[in-house]
Write a protein that binds this ligand. Structure first.
Ligand code: UT7
Length: 330
């Protein structure tokens, strides 16, 4: 059932750290090549945070840009959610560190854990908080310092990820339909295909755990690939149906930026080739930040304009996946 109130994105922002790591740089670290990485993933380079930059620092830069775009002050925020799988610390939440950095002193703040799907899940959560009347203005951020959790000796994963952050400010009102209903799903039976098995309560920090490199991200890439294509394509179809929108009505599809071959396979399945936004070549997979950065770039470069319908889709560890549709009203 549709909640009565329209909720719109009134500003977006994003940030990637200065340092660029190219495929050629990676070829000096592990046995790989620019040709292999580009042909298998579409990636050319990724940005890597400085040693003294934590996830909340990246998130705060994106948040500041989004607030400026929205034309509001940080103390006008009632809710601040950070979607991340690479928090500054286990606790307190990265969102509380961001609150302090940007001065969002009137917001309540928490992190949301849905791996790479986090930004879309957080958008849906914030939208429903606003639509229910509980809060007026929310800031949703996807932010990751993946480089801290990557095994730089594993060529199967270290080539795939980058650091960055993206943010969106949400408010009730706006012309058009705003953020519409989402279609989301999860399958915990497949958790071991993409996870960081060490460092939590299942496998606590110990010398042995670290010697076994269990504190780094592990992935069975081929399996993840197959599920990502199927789930994202299904989720988009379900979200379009829920909102009474046809694929032909969508001006721009923004998928999770994990691999250009995944994106191309989804585009073919859905018949949307030519209307798909990608930036995976520049940033690689920034997990929960990827969709947020792509949305901000698509808005700023004029790919999406007032009145356009946009469909977004995500997939990540858990497994988690989802899609939503929104009418751009800025
Ligand atoms: O955010 C959501 C999570 N992530 C994803 O959605 C990623 C999903 N998976 C993928 O994008 C792809 O599966 C990868 C890019 C990770 C791998 O591509 P693939 O075409 O599935 O390759 P593969 O894993 O089947 O490996 C093919 C070969 C293997 O060699 P053998 O066994 O055929 O001799 C690998 O050892 O390529 C080898 N390989 C590499 N070679 C050069 C694996 N990584 C590399 C590398 N450079 N970096």
């Amino acid at each position: 059932m549709d909640l009565p109130c329209t909720v719109s994105i009134i500003g977006t922002g994003s940030y990637v750290p200065e340092k660029v790591l190219t495929n050629h740089d990676l070829a000096k670290l592990v046995e790989t090549s620019d040709e292999w990485i580009h042909s298998r993933t579409g990636m050319r380079e990724r940005h890597i945070a400085a040693a003294d930059q934590a996830t909340s620092d990246l998130a705060s830069e994106a948040a500041t840009a989004a607030l400026a775009d929205a034309g509001i002050e940080a103390d006008e925020l009632d809710l601040l959610i950070v979607a991340t799988l690479s928090p500054d610390m286990f606790f307190p939440s990265t969102a509380c560190f961001v609150q302090e950095k940007i001065g969002a002193k009137n917001a309540f703040c928490y992190d949301l854990g849905a791996a790479c799907s986090g930004f879309l899940y957080a958008l849906d959560t914030a939208k429903n908080q606003i639509a229910s009347g509980a809060v007026k203005t929310a800031l949703v951020i996807g932010a990751e310092k993946m480089s801290s959790f990557i095994d730089w000796e594993d060529r199967g994963t270290c080539i795939l990820f980058g650091d960055g952050a993206g943010a969106a400010v949400l408010q009730a009102g706006g012309e058009g339909r705003g953020i519409m209903q989402s279609a989301m799903g999860s399958d915990g039976s497949l958790a071991d295909l993409l996870w960081t098995p060490g460092g939590g309560t299942r496998n606590p920090i110990s010398h042995e755990m670290i010697d076994q490199r269990q504190h780094y991200l592990k992935m069975q890439g081929r399996e993840v690939f197959k599920h990502a294509v199927v789930r994202m394509a299904e989720a988009v179809t379900e979200a379009l149906g829920k909102n009474g929108v046809s694929s032909g009505d969508i001006k721009c599809f923004i998928p999770h930026q994990a691999n250009i071959r995944i994106i191309d396979a989804i585009a073919k399945r859905l018949g949307i080739v030519g209307r798909v936004y990608t930036n995976v070549e520049k940033y690689a997979n920034t997990s929960s930040a990827a969709l947020a950065i792509a949305l901000d770039e698509a808005a700023r470069d004029g790919t999406i304009q007032k009145g356009d319908l946009v469909a977004m889709t995500v997939f990540g560890g858990g497994f988690t996946w989802g899609a939503n549709v929104l009418e751009w009203s800025k």
